[in-house]
Design a protein around this ligand. Structure first.
Ligand code: DGL
Length: 270
């Protein structure tokens, strides 16, 4: 049966908009409710218990918005707090497993790199799953927390010297290891795609948003819950509006950023 309710998407901040953008492109008839926890970002340098608490609050807020599906558009939550998505009564989509499947399908030499947040790297979520699907794979992981701050600050233009140096700093070891495929294991990182491609020419970059969006579409089709009626406007909620917020949102969302309605919400109080 068709379902006109929105898809709920959340992240620690604006990075999850890279996932929202892919879902909007692939499922243009669907409405989105997005929550970015801009007041508490970053998650990736925090302890597992704190990340789980935040994830549970983010999910509770979205369920209160009567969504038909929840997407954890956050590698960190997907890696260490996916349990928060159990028994919600609506499908819960994480971003790691689909990206790993795509990376395994893409690699030719079995050498795969992962850049992600410290919490995600510590969990070895991408590595463990990759080696389950492809036991002979060699996986090289690096935590790149500064890239999250640069992305939230809007410092990711291809000619930005700080962004270029930071990318080189974090990726030099992975590059030396001869990977042919690199998973952007944090949803903030696709904004650095151009800089990363220039630093690692010929390497296939896996954007978790692209992988997850295909899965979202499959689940909606399988569950017969696509929206076939009128579409309501996308809604965006954040827990804080940093000074550069509006500008940054537009860059993250690209063409999908028209007529944005952005509201503040305190998910701890809900
Ligand atoms: N965008 C998030 C991720 O995919 C988290 C970044 C952070 O909050 O540290 O991991």
């Amino acid at each position: 049966m068709a379902d006109s309710r929105a898809i709920g998407i959340f992240d620690s901040g604006l990075g999850g908009l890279t996932v929202a953008r892919q879902i909007m492109n692939l499922c243009p008839d669907e409405s989105i409710v997005y929550f970015g926890d801009t007041g508490r970002v970053p998650y990736g340098t925090k302890g597992v218990d704190t990340i789980k608490k935040y994830a549970a609050e983010d999910i509770r807020f979205l369920l209160g918005m009567d969504v038909k599906m929840i997407v954890a558009a956050c590698g960190t939550v997907s890696a260490v707090a996916a349990d928060a998505g159990r028994d919600l009564g609506v499908p819960f989509i994480e971003v790691i497993s689909h990206s790993v499947k795509d990376a395994v399908a893409a690699t030719r030499n079995g050498r795969i790199g992962v850049i992600a947040t410290p919490a995600t790297v510590k969990s070895h979520a991408h590595k463990n799953l990759t080696q389950k699907l492809m036991p002979e794979a060699a996986v090289f992981e690096t935590a790149a927390p500064l890239l999250v701050s640069l992305a939230e600050e809007g410092l990711y233009q291809p000619d930005n010297e700080i962004a270029r140096l930071t990318v080189a700093h974090y990726l030099s070891e992975i590059k030396d290891n001869g990977v042919d495929t690199l998973i952007l294991g944090c949803t903030h990182f696709p904004v650095f795609e151009k800089i990363i491609s220039e630093y690692m020419p010929g390497v296939t970059l896996i954007d978790m948003g692209v992988s997850a969006a295909k899965h979202v579409k499959d689940v909606l089709t399988k569950e017969d819950s696509r929206n076939t009626g009128e579409k309501t406007a996308h809604r965006f909620f954040v827990s804080d509006k940093p000074v550069t917020f509006e500008k940054t949102v537009k860059i993250f969302l690209g063409d999908c950023a028209n007529n944005l309605q952005i509201d503040l919400v305190d998910v701890e109080k809900i």
